[in-house]
Design a protein around this ligand. Sequence first.
Ligand code: SF4
Length: 399
Amino acid sequence: MKSIKSVYKIGNGPSSSHTVGPYHAARTFGSRYPDADSYEVTLYGSLAFTGEGHGTGKAIREGLPGAKVLFDRKTSDLPHPNTMLFKAFKDGKEIAAVRIFSIGGGSIRIENEFSEEDRTVYQQKNFSEIVSLCDQENISILQLIYILEGYTLRDYLKTIWEAMKAAVERGLAAEGILPGGLGISRKAKTLYEKRCYNESADVTMNRIIAAYAYAVSEENAAENLVVTAPTCGSCGVLPSILYYMHKDRGFPEDEILDALAVAGLVGNVIRTNASISGAECGCQAEIGSACSMAAAAVAQLFGLNIDQVEYAAEIAMEHNLGLTCDPVNGLVQIPCIERNAVAAMRALSAVNLSRFLYATRKISFDEVVATMYRTGLDLNEKYRETAHGGLAQIYRESV
Ligand code: SF4
């Protein structure tokens, strides 16, 4: 398996491949040629056809301020459907031209270059092998992660955590209508501030966690900066839980970073052995994966053992199996935003069950991941991010 860094990417919503990847590419190119006078970026293939509507141009300009963005819809002989050509100029001369591909999940590949992201960090292929190694070496899952990834992983996770916190806080403060034409108003602020009469502690906790999840998901829908966890569509689940545990429950940031590491490993196992793409396996691959990651993170925070961490992640995925991807009008709003909040609350329930019942379990995490993948491949295509089935279809028929 690769580094867990590949699970977490900072970029503009609402789409990992159309906004996060291009943002990441723009930042990478800009950091190589910081002395250039100007930049030009040409988008080809799918990125050109979806154009400004999907926010690709905005993402490029945020990653590379001042860049001129062109849309080439004619060139068809492309090495990858999501191709970008970056150019840098100085004193009126072209000093660099590099093709970069947005290959999905926010990941990029630079033409003719080996990417550090492709390096194998874990020889273990799945969660069972991770557990075996931990048992054999008598180390915790967290120790294993830092041994194999290096302790510098903490710096990366710190950056990720700062971006997650910023997204929660921006989303909580924002009001108004989300872009895209559905006329959906932001709800995070209201949810956060509106206490019900006679509200119990449990209801408050769920309302606050939901508010945080709405905040991040609404930021994603508004094409602002989020972190893939593991995707843009599911970016509200993990931050909402971690923000709640830090801000409302007092868990220190050091422990939050450890929880992010464990959640990242869970996401990595899913990505390696199945899929985190709604287009490939439906929403179970996005929201189900995020729910598993969040459950593992909370189990880690509460100091549960490796079997309990695994069982929490397994329960969280198991009860998202079969979840279809049916975004209304193709926007990442209905059912996506609400779904993030529900998954965050469900992650907590999974941890509560795993705490008590882990010794009785019959299904491993690897088995549920394999089940998710098979189920995803069996799903009718209209339930895999085409906006042709489910809620998307019913809504279209009703308007
Ligand atoms: S419904 Fe589809 S677009 Fe929305 S969060 Fe789920 S997988 Fe992503």
